[in-house]
Design a protein around this ligand. Structure first.
Ligand code: C2E
Ligand code: MG
Ligand code: MG
Length: 719
């Protein structure tokens, strides 16, 4: 809540009134006798009119505010308060008009009428306020406004008829020159008592933090009204200073009642509306997930820079998270969101405040680096970003390494408006993925490549139907027997115009577009069919490994699809191996469930490119894995880099330890082969034996292998 009971804005703005009133009371008490009649009769009437006018204005202000606000809030609280003060306003008018010394009215003015009007007003106000304080706030229909105010008018009119009735229907309350009667004082004490009950409940309500300002104001108003009441019990005639002070305190009480109501019906709703508007404006310009400026905000900022600082150079950077789709697909969107939040947080902390960071949507972040002196400044920033990204993110139970690709476009060289600049950062970003440092400045020559990729994407849609895709097979050799044990099925695309296109180029496109699902299924069917054909033609029982992409792995009906293919092609499941990657196993629970189902079919599971992914050795013992494939990058470094060679040795020993088979990919020369043999790696695959070859050539290769093995079965290191 905005208000604090001890240190609050209210006391600061209203404290002086309270202090001043204390002085007034003291002053009046001390000089009561000497102040008697200080305002002469004619002056006193005017003073009374002024004070009453303020009280009446306060009452009608509350009533009007409530009347106007009610349709918006439809709260019983407001309605009753409004109606209550409407009747009080009317009664106060009659009180003022019938006051002793007033020049005119229906009948002669007298203390009888004025005092009765005052007394009824006072009791109505006290009791009404108490009822309102005690009632629960709830919604009421709009038609009740007329009813409530109508009833309030009627109530006031009934009292005026009774009081104005020529024969006094009610007993006297004040005897002029003598003072207040017992009845008057009793009624006044009743009012005090009611007001004290009000205070009691208000103090209780103050403990509940809600609506504090309202309750404090009502409390202060009550105190003033009580002081006023006590003054009204002790005057001899209206010229007594206590009568004047009674009015003054009643006035102060009404002032605070008005403030209280003003606060709840005008200030507070206005404040809330303002906050809501601010919130709305914030939401329109910020991303909900990361709280960073969103695309709209960023684009406006960029456009402003281009428009108002057009003589300067500005750098626009577009950053995306490498393989974010994989993270989302394998670990779920909630996890993906956490990654985005963590990356946003780290970027926010890294970047100087003068550099504007935003989130474009998805896994894309944008940076506006204004008024750059040269490209080196931007390069330094990119390096700094990549450096802070080196440290892995701890997200839930996973330690995740996040790589960012950064595309850069410079204003004005690379575009003179936000659309063009953003487009060019996208193009540069696609290129950045192929860079070691993962950032790239846009260059016009990139447009062509980008366009080519778009065309490729279009063509890929037809490739399957046009039978442009085919499968090649690469032998996998067992180092213990020298036999060709299995084959890896690798897809190829024979583009009608561009010729052979490598999977490294089109598999990412297929994954992005979702085409990988039908394409992957086709490869599986084709490989199984081919293998069965070979088996049937008398070729010894070799196996086939087929690569699965992340999308395929998490596809709903993967197990059914594979089961159907095995059924259709009549291939025994033990000959089919599915290659998954480490990243697919990050969500161990989910991955285990999928792998168990696959294992139930009887197929084998291998982990491809082992050692390059989200290395967590934990999952190895939990997942039903048959084979590890040591990534080519490690094999490549044998004889060059001892560290990489040591990793191979480690992977082999882990595999042996866990009773899993291990195969090394990308074996190109005899040194690599010998090293792997020395490490007791089970199998190898690579150009040293054979590149991936078409099905018809493979048969010859197989024969070649068989012949060599039969002549010299122990020496397998010669081709
Ligand atoms: P991968 O599964 O790790 O396949 C091994 C890659 O290494 C193949 O590249 C292969 O031709 C290459 N390779 C094998 N031996 C050597 C060697 O001695 N030296 C060198 N430099 N390279 C060697 P390819 O065929 O270009 O495939 C690249 C990647 O594309 C594959 O990596 C795999 O991830 C993906 N891929 C290929 N076919 C399919 C497919 O049918 N489905 C899916 N989802 N992905 C596929
Ligand atoms: Mg593979
Ligand atoms: Mg591989």
């Amino acid at each position: 809540m905005r208000t604090d009971w001890t240190n609050n804005h209210f006391w600061k703005t209203n404290g002086w009134i309270i202090v001043a009133s204390c002085f007034v009371i003291m002053f009046a008490m001390i000089f009561q006798e000497s102040l008697y009649g200080i305002f002469e009769e004619h002056n006193y009437v005017s003073i009374h009119i002024i004070m009453e006018s303020i009280i009446i204005t306060s009452a009608f202000t509350i009533a009007t505010q409530a009347w106007l606000m009610f349709p918006h809030v439809l709260s019983n609280y407001r309605l009753w308060l409004g109606a209550l003060f409407f009747s009080i306003g009317i009664l106060e008018v009659f009180h003022m008009l019938s006051y002793k010394g007033m020049p005119f009215f229906l009948s002669e003015s007298s203390p009888y009428k004025a005092t009765w009007f005052y007394m009824i007003t006072r009791l109505t106000q006290g009791a009404g306020l108490l009822i309102i304080i005690l009632s629960e706030e709830r919604r009421v229909g709009p038609k009740w406004r007329w009813f409530a105010y109508g009833a309030a008018s009627l109530y006031a009119l009934i009292w005026s008829v009774i009081i104005f009735y020529p024969n006094h229907l009610l007993p006297e309350l004040v005897i002029d020159g003598v003072g207040t009667t017992l009845l008057k004082n009793s009624l006044q004490y009743t009012a005090i008592f009611i007001q004290l009950v009000c205070i009691f409940f208000l103090v209780r309500k103050l403990k509940v933090k809600a609506n504090q300002t309202l309750h404090i104001m009502l409390l202060v108003a009550s105190v003033y009204l009580i002081i006023g009441d006590s003054m009204f019990t002790s005057y001899r005639s209206v010229y007594d200073i206590t009568n004047f002070l009674g009015h003054l305190f009643q006035l102060a009480g009404f002032y605070f009642l008005m403030r209280a109501f003003y606060h709840t019906s005008v200030e507070e709703p206005f404040q809330k509306q303002k906050e809501a508007q601010e919130q709305l404006a914030y939401m329109a310009y910020h991303d909900e997930l990361t709280k960073l400026p969103n695309g709209r905000y960023f684009t406006e900022k960029l456009e402003n820079a281009v428009m108002y600082d057009h003589e300067k150079r500005h750098a626009l950077l577009l950053l995306d998270i490498d393989r974010f789709k994989n993270i989302n697909e394998s670990l779920g969107h909630a996890f993906g969101d956490l990654v985005l939040q963590s990356v946003a947080e780290r970027l926010r902390h890294t970047l100087p405040s003068a550099i504007f960071l935003g989130r474009m949507g998805g896994d894309e972040f944008t940076i506006l680096f204004k008024s750059i002196k040269n490209e080196d400044e931007v390069t330094a920033l990119c390096r700094q970003i990549q450096e802070v990204m080196e440290e892995p993110f701890q997200i839930q139970h996973l330690l995740l390494k996040v790589t960012l690709n950064i595309g850069i476009a410079i204003y004005p060289e690379d575009g003179n408006n936000s659309v063009e600049l953003l487009k060019h950062t996208h193009i540069a970003m696609a290129e950045a993925q192929r860079e070691v440092m993962r950032y790239k400045f846009y260059h016009s020559s990139m447009d062509q490549q980008f366009l080519e990729r778009l065309v490729l994407e279009q063509d890929l849609h037809q490739a399957l139907a046009n039978q442009e895709l085919f499968v090649v097979y690469q032998p996998q050799v067992d180092l213990r027997t020298g036999e060709m044990l299995a084959l890896e099925a690798l897809i190829r695309w024979n583009h009608p115009k561009k010729g052979l296109i490598s999977p490294g180029q089109f598999i990412p496109i297929a994954e992005e577009t979702g085409l990988i699902i039908p394409i992957g299924e086709w490869v599986l069917r084709e490989a199984c069919r081919q293998l069965k054909e070979w088996h049937d033609s008398g070729i010894p029982s070799i196996g086939v490994s087929v690569n699965l992409s992340t999308k395929q792995f998490f596809q709903q009906n993967l197990v059914d699809t594979i089961e159907n293919i095995l059924h259709e092609t009549e291939l025994s499941p033990q000959y089919l191996e599915l290659e998954i990657t480490e990243s697919m196993t990050m969500d161990v629970k989910n991955a285990t469930a999928i792998l168990r189902d696959l294992k139930e079919l009887g197929v084998r599971i291998a982990v491809d490119d082992f050692g390059t992914g989200y290395s967590s050795l934990n999952y190895l013992k939990e997942l039903p894995i048959d084979r590890l494939k040591i990534d080519r990058s490690f094999v490549m470094d044998i004889g060059v880099n001892n560290r990489e060679a040591a990793i191979i040795s480690l992977i082999v020993s882990i595999a042996i330890h866990l009773n899993i088979e291990v195969i090394a990919e990308g074996v190109e020369n005899i040194e690599q082969l010998q090293y792997l043999q020395m490490q007791k790696c089970h199998q190898v695959q690579g150009y040293y034996f054979s590149p991936p070859i078409t099905a018809d050539k493979l048969v010859d290769k197989l024969v070649e292998f068989q012949e060599r093995n039969s002549t010299n079965p122990t020496v397998i290191v010669t081709r």
